[in-house]
Design a protein. Sequence first.
Length: 217
Amino acid sequence: MAVGGGLYGAARVLEEVPVGFSGHLVFGCSERPLLQSPVFDAMHQESKDSVHTSWPRSGGWQTLRLDNGLWEEEDLAALVAWTRAPACVADVYDSGVALLTGRAPDGQKWQACLNMEAAASLWAEEPEDMEDVSVWVSTPGFRESVERKRAELLAGVPDSARGARVWAAAAGRAGTAEQSTIEQLLCSHETFVEDLFDALLDALGFPPAAKPANESE
């Protein structure tokens, strides 16, 4: 999936200080806490202490919430190798947009974007001779670039949905997700993209997240 200048490269278009979550949502399966994976061995203890663990899903499925700078592209393959199970990571910007990458033990990989409308604005291709982004975003050229990116992202939805379903099947969720349902989710919008991430996992047939019995109110 082509995403222009990358998840954060086009963020300056918004010209605002992010107020939502920017970082990574790491989803994987293990009988042990995911933070015990060698992927995190080089992480300072202070950084580990800042990692938030979301409510778990039965069967060992866990979601970690990491700040920027704590996750690299190659870490997903390493996590899959350690857990011997499919895993995915959502690169999130300001709780508004996410680039989701999933990987299975056989090497199968897929990508999707969440909150497509916002992604089209963030990832719209800028002119090479553009000097002032704040001026460009108010021009017809910007709107045309956004429309091209939206069309590109929309065209990739069927493949992304198929990839997500194959990935979920590798996790033992075969036959639980309709293609049309996943496509609808990939084209939908939530104020907080983290909610859309959870909704996609639900739709793919993963057990619902549940509050741990030992967690206080």
